[in-house]
Design a binder for this molecule. Structure first.
Ligand code: IDP
Ligand code: MG
Length: 149
């Protein structure tokens, strides 16, 4: 079953939006298989955003990610990678559609509340970067037959 890495960034935690954000993934019908509050190290933040290391915003982004705790999660479900990106909305919260997490709660690209893996390869890489196998729990929601045909 498909899995994706989702992080509620420090602004989402500081603003008290953890419950609101988790609620949306639960309500959609995805299954939580990993969850932890992390004070991220600079090394981990740099590894996570390695693809952006040449970008002008890289240092500011890393400073932001390590500035306060973040909630790291793995969510599971059919099509969860692309669907999570839709729930999250466009990178710039000002252009993100209302109804998306960024569209409903954000105003600034540098404070856009949440991260979600963008493809199967990045999901696999990010899950391995943030979680050990022992931290991930495989379980079947009893609701499953009411969510999936
Ligand atoms: P994504 O999070 O929607 O996948 P990416 O383009 O992968 O967006 O950028 C990663 C993160 O880097 C964004 O979520 C945002 O926090 C930050 N970022 C991207 N572009 C800018 C920018 O122009 N200024 C400040 N931060 C940016
Ligand atoms: Mg990205």
């Amino acid at each position: 079953m498909e899995r994706t890495f989702i992080a509620i960034k420090p602004d989402g935690v500081q603003r008290g939006l953890v419950g609101e954000i988790i609620k949306r993934f639960e309500a959609k019908g995805f299954t939580l298989v990993g969850l932890k509050l992390v004070q991220v190290t600079r090394e981990l933040a740099e590894a996570h955003y390695d693809v952006h290391k040449e970008r002008p915003f890289f240092n500011g982004l890393v400073d932001f990610i390590i500035s306060s705790p973040l909630v790291a999660m793995v969510w599971e479900g059919e099509g969860v990678i692309a669907s999570a990106r839709k729930l999250i909305g466009a990178t710039n919260p000002l252009t993100a559609e209302p109804g998306t997490i960024r569209g409903d709660f954000g105003v600034s690209v540098g404070r856009n509340l949440i991260h979600g893996s963008d493809a199967p390869e990045t999901a696999q890489k990010e899950i391995a970067l943030w979680f050990t196998d022992e931290e991930l729990v495989s379980w079947e929601a009893s609701l499953k037959s009411w969510l999936v045909e």
